[in-house]
Design a protein around this ligand. Sequence first.
Ligand code: SF4
Length: 367
Amino acid sequence: MKTLLDLTPEQLAAEIAEIGQPAYRVTQILDWVYKKGATDMAAMTNLPAAIKQHFTVLTSRVVSKAESTDGTIKLLVELADGGRIECVMIPTEARATACLSSQVGCGMECMFCASGMNGLERNLSTGEILEQILHLQKESGRRISHVVFMGMGEPLANTEAVIAAIHAIIDSARQGVSARHVTLSTVGLPKQIRRLAAEELPITLAISLHAPNDALRRELMPKAAQVPLEDVLAAAEEFYQSRHREITLEYVLLAGVNDTNVCAEALARIAGRLRCSVNLIRYNPVPELPFDRPSNTTLQAFADRLAKRGVNVQIRRPRGIDADAACGQLRRRLDGEPTETAPPQGEPTGETPAETPEETPKPPEGV
Ligand code: SF4
């Protein structure tokens, strides 16, 4: 059986022709999956058995659902081979934002991140990325209007599958999300940033910076720091120039580590150079890791210093706090590994998306 979400419309058309079905079946199938959110071939009542038996929609299943009092939904999804990933839906009245994973685990192994603690298991296929949207729509009853690639994994370490998924997400004949409402977050892989720019997708690029100089970057993000910061910034500048799309910087504040005045000044210089906005996120501690969150006073002082340097800075509003919303935490808890208990209400959850796409600087929005 073929997995529908792994197929481009052209590949689907070829499959349909191969089993002797008329071409209009392609539109019917795409409507069922992407417009009506059907997750089961049996639900596609106007299709013949020959088609229903030839394709499948889902290869994964939801094994756990955590729901926050603010409406944020976080799903733990089990893949066909038993691998587990997380995805999140962050709702507002006007928007339903999906935060998607791109890999099982993460090979970047950032020192402060739960998702990177066990390293990379494997890349997701395009279909496995898109299935997360169907699961989130089914579990929330909302149609996804915005997408951020800020879940488990480094999206640009799985570039081709992620680019194919973005094409499906923004294609008006498929998911139909405005490209301006899609954000991809990366630690900064220059070659892949250029590959993304060449694809001419008018999405927003978010650089997960977290350290404004190479020394601190090596300490916090040793894998990412194998590429000098200057190379990352040069690639980001090229992306901006080629796409004329705003870049945002994501910056998780770790108490006493990267929340100093010196860091704020260095970050302001980078933001000025890239003419980009900065999203500040207060760290959500992971018990096994030696990092803590800064106080509100420190967070505000850091933001004020950036603002005084003319930087458009946002402090992310916490979302989904009581739903293990920080990246990798639900999976670790349900895998029987220790994670923190839910942090106090009103505190940010961590580096990930489950926190406020709606406050990401304009245009679009991010993690
Ligand atoms: S912070 Fe992002 S890139 Fe770093 S280990 Fe976690 S998921 Fe991977």
